[in-house]
Design a protein around this ligand. Structure first.
Ligand code: C5P
Length: 409
């Protein structure tokens, strides 16, 4: 049972069919012990009425920036001052753009611009609107300013299409709210960089060298770090899974792009390199390579890619804690120890990727933690559990370091 006892939530309902779910959200917040005040935009009013909103929250529904009565009683400034947190649900593409660009042309946007409270927002829109780079850039801006994204989910849309853009269910938003208040955030104030997924190295405009990494492990680590309160930049190669909520995600294709994005994210406190970076790139042909009449295959000129983990570990802006992965098919632990030394990182998570283990694309993983005298078998578990264990380990490690006496010269 989620508890929001004595918590005051300012719910901003913007224009989208998902607004009807916000009525249920009001009910759930109140059932969990919280109080709700609502701001309804003109767009929101097309989907739910001020009457239903105020009846459910048992407070007036605020919808007019220039209402003398509301301004005298409450005002757009006091609306946020009297709340513990602001939730925008549904957050339409238009309202996300307004928040990102600092518009203040109605009560909701003015309240947000004048807000001094944390903001959670639950996007809801058509999947093409969600995937549009304009929306994605706006969302990144909001996250970089500390706002927390909830969802969206994948599924059938009101418009009949299918994809990402459905507002998270009211129960999920309630859970995010309750986590926000109750959860221990041991990594609050820390920043982390995570790499994930494969890299694609082009051979020509249509072919590339790639690998089977799904990104599931790296993305789960980024999500677990955010849950623990860290500000996370995730640099990911091409994957088919969604960006984790609340993470600043940078999409790249090649190893060299991944390195540039990682160096841009420095300095940070923690780096976890889970990407399966291609070891080589090819001199890519500008045109599609054709089969030859005599049947001889083309010869590829490969060059070794930069080692991102090793570069970060030796960087002038080296994070305090650098952790890599070692995916091996044989002699796992010895190979991992050699990699730990060669790459100068603090710890390695070694995993056996022999074909009988089916790690690629799977939701499960079996890793060993190696480094600083540790050799722990974390047993077969879900990739999410591995991520949580790793974040616990990172938290304990940083706390131990902080408590260590400073060595005498
Ligand atoms: O050398 P190997 O690819 O097995 O090393 C694995 C570790 O090094 C992983 O943490 C991976 O993310 C990282 N790596 C890297 N850049 C490369 C190759 C590997 O960051 N070019």
């Amino acid at each position: 049972m989620q508890s929001l006892k004595n918590k005051s939530i300012l719910l901003v309902i913007t224009g989208g069919i998902a607004a009807y779910k916000s009525l249920e959200l009001i009910r759930l917040i109140r059932k969990a012990g919280g109080t709700v005040r609502c701001v309804l935009t003109k767009g929101g009013e097309q989907f739910v009425t001020p009457m239903s909103v105020s009846a459910l929250c048992e407070h007036p529904c605020y919808n007019d920036l220039f209402s003398l009565k509301d301004e005298a009683e409450m005002g757009h400034i006091r609306l946020s001052r009297e709340a513990d947190v602001i939730v925008v649900a549904p957050a339409s593409a238009d309202f996300i753009a307004k928040m990102a660009h600092g518009y203040a042309n109605d009560l909701a946007s003015t309240t947000l611009l004048a807000a001094d409270k944390p903001v959670l927002f639950a996007p809801a829109m058509n999947h093409m609107m969600w995937e549009n780079p304009a929306t994605q850039d706006n969302v990144k801006t909001l996250i970089s300013r500390g706002m927390t994204q909830i969802g969206p989910d994948e599924g059938d849309m009101a418009c009949g299409e299918f994809g990402f853009g459905r507002m998270s269910e009211p129960e999920t938003i309630l859970k995010a709210l309750s986590n926000f208040f109750t959860k221990d955030k041991p990594l609050a104030g820390k920043s982390a960089l995570v790499t994930s997924g494969p890299t694609y190295e082009p051979l020509d405009p249509v072919r590339f060298i790639g690998n089977r990494s799904s990104g599931k492990q790296g993305h789960a680590i980024a999500a677990a770090l955010v849950d623990a309160g860290a500000a996370v930049t995730l640099v990911t190669g091409p994957v088919s899974i969604p960006d984790p909520s609340g993470v600043h995600t940078v999409h790249v294709e090649t190893a060299s792009q991944m390195l540039t994005a990682c160096e841009t994210a420095l300095p940070c406190d923690i780096a976890i390199c889970a990407a399966a970076v291609s070891d080589w790139s090819a001199e890519a042909s500008g045109q599609k390579i054709k089969k030859r009449d005599d049947g001889t295959p083309p010869s590829l000129k490969l060059t070794e890619n930069p080692d991102i983990l090793a570069t970060i570990s030796k960087h002038a802006k080296r994070p305090q804690l650098v952790i890599g992965f070692a995916a091996e098919t044989n002699d796992l632990l010895n190979a991992a120890k050699a990699k730990l030394q060669r790459k100068n990182c603090d710890f390695i998570l070694a995993n056996d990727v022999s074909s009988d283990k089916n790690v690629f694309g799977s939701d499960e993983n079996h890793v060993y933690l190696i480094g600083s005298g540790h050799e722990e078998d974390w047993q077969q578990s879900s990739k999410k559990e591995v991520a949580c264990k790793l974040v616990d380990f990172v938290t304990r490690h940083l706390a131990d370091k902080a408590n260590q006496p400073i060595a005498a010269e």
